[in-house]
Design a protein around this ligand. Structure first.
Ligand code: PPE
Length: 305
C-alpha cells in the first residue's frame, strides 16, 4: 500500500481512498498513460526536488509523441507538485505525475477520451533494497528484448512500455535474481527493467547510446556529468553482452534506483563481486549533491517553498 494522504487529481486535492478512475478509462484498456518518477530529497534548507524541469519537460515530450495535450501549463504542474508534497507533510518524496486517457469511449483511437492528470507523492526508500546500495545486486540477462525502434518509442515514458519491464522483472525474480538487464533488438545491451546501465572497464565508463532502445534517463545524464567532473572518460556507445561479464564494475542508474551497484550478472562475479571504487566515488558525489552539499550541482535542485 502506498502511504499518502492526498493525491492531486485534475486540479483538486483528493483523499487517498477516493482517488479513483472508471474501469472503462482508455488507459486501463490500451496502456495510454504517460508518467514521471521524480525524487525530492531532504537538505539543510528544506526539501529539494532533483532536476524538476527536466522531468517535467520529459513528461510533456512523452505526451507530445502520443498526440496528447496536457491541459495544464508546466508552471501549474510544478505548483501542483509543490502543493502535494506540502499537504502530505513529507520531507523526502518520490513524486509520480501521471497523465492518462480517461473515460468517454472505447476503441483504440484515444482522441475523444479526456486527458486526465494526477500527482501522487510518498516516501519511497531504496528501490532495490537498502543493502543493494552498498553490496550491489545480482542480475541476469533477460530472455526478453527491449522494444525495437519503430515499434514503440522508448524515449516516451508511457505506461504501455512497462509491460516489457514487467516481463523482464518477473522473469528475473522468478529465477532468483534481483533485476534483469535487457538486450536491444540487435542483441546489444539496452537497460534494466526500470534503470539505465553503466559499464566500467579499465578506468573508462561506458553507457549504451540512445539508439539502444533505452529510456534516456535524467539520472544517467547526471551520472555522466558527475563522472566527467571527477575526471573520468565517459563513452556512449553500443555495448556487447559479453562486455558485461568482463567489466570491472557495473551499476544501474535511475530516479528510483539512484545509483545501485551490480555484484554479478548470470552468476558471474563482476570485479570482486561487490561495489567497485569508481562506482563508490560517483555514488558519493551523487548523494552529496542530493543533500545540497555539493554547490556545483545546486542548479539541479528546486527547493519546495
Ligand atoms: N529506464 C527505464 C525503463 C526506466 O523506467 C527508468 C526510470 C530509467 C531508465 C531511468 O530514468 P531516470 O529516472 O530519468 O534516471 N524508472 C522510473 C520508474 C521505476 C518504477 O519502478 O516505477 C523511476 O526510476 O522512477
Amino acid at each position: 500500500m502506498i502511504d499518502t494522504k492526498k493525491i492531486w487529481m485534475n486540479g483538486e486535492m483528493i483523499d487517498h481512498d477516493n482517488a479513483k478512475v472508471h474501469v472503462l478509462s482508455h488507459a486501463m484498456h490500451y496502456g495510454s498513460s504517460f508518467f514521471e518518477g521524480i525524487r525530492a530529497y531532504k537538505t539543510e534548507e528544506g526539501t529539494a526536488i532533483f532536476r524538476l524541469d527536466e522531468h517535467i519537460d520529459r513528461l510533456y515530450n512523452s505526451c507530445k509523441i502520443y498526440r496528447t495535450e496536457i491541459p495544464y501549463t508546466k508552471e501549474e504542474i510544478k505548483k501542483a507538485i509543490f502543493d502535494t508534497i506540502k499537504i502530505n507533510g513529507i520531507k523526502t518524496a518520490y513524486i509520480r505525475p501521471l497523465v492518462y486517457r480517461g473515460y468517454n469511449s472505447l476503441g483504440v483511437d484515444p482522441s475523444n477520451c479526456p486527458v486526465e492528470t494526477m500527482i501522487a507523492t510518498w516516501e519511497w526508500g531504496a528501490y532495490l533494497g537498502e543493502e543493494a546500495l552498498t553490496k550491489g545486486v545480482d542480475v541476469c540477462v533477460s530472455s526478453w528484448r527491449r522494444l525495437a525502434p519503430n515499434t514503440m518509442p522508448t524515449a516516451a515514458k508511457a505506461g504501455g512500455n512497462y509491460l516489457s519491464s514487467q516481463l523482464i522483472k518477473m522473469e528475473a525474480l522468478e529465477n532468483g535474481y534481483d533485476e534483469g538487464i535487457a538486450l536491444d533488438y540487435s542483441g546489444n545491451v539496452s537497460e534494466g527493467s526500470g534503470e539505465n546501465l553503466f559499464v566500467i572497464s579499465n578506468g573508462k565508463i561506458y553507457s549504451p547510446q540512445s539508439g539502444s532502445s533505452a529510456l534516456i534517463g535524467i539520472t544517467r545524464d547526471s551520472v555522466i556529468t558527475i563522472a566527467r567532473d571527477l575526471g573520468y572518460e565517459v563513452v556512449e556507445e553500443t555495448i556487447s553482452r559479453e562486455s558485461l561479464y568482463t567489466a570491472d564494475e557495473l551499476f544501474f542508474s535511475g530516479t528510483a534506483a539512484e545509483i545501485t551497484p551490480i555484484a554479478s550478472v548470470d552468476k558471474i562475479k563482476i570485479g570482486r563481486g561487490q561495489r567497485g571504487p569508481i562506482t563508490e566515488k560517483i555514488q558519493e558525489a551523487f548523494f552529496e549533491m542530493t543533500k545540497g552539499e555539493n554547490i556545483k550541482y545546486n542548479s539541479w535542485l528546486t527547493w519546495v517553498k
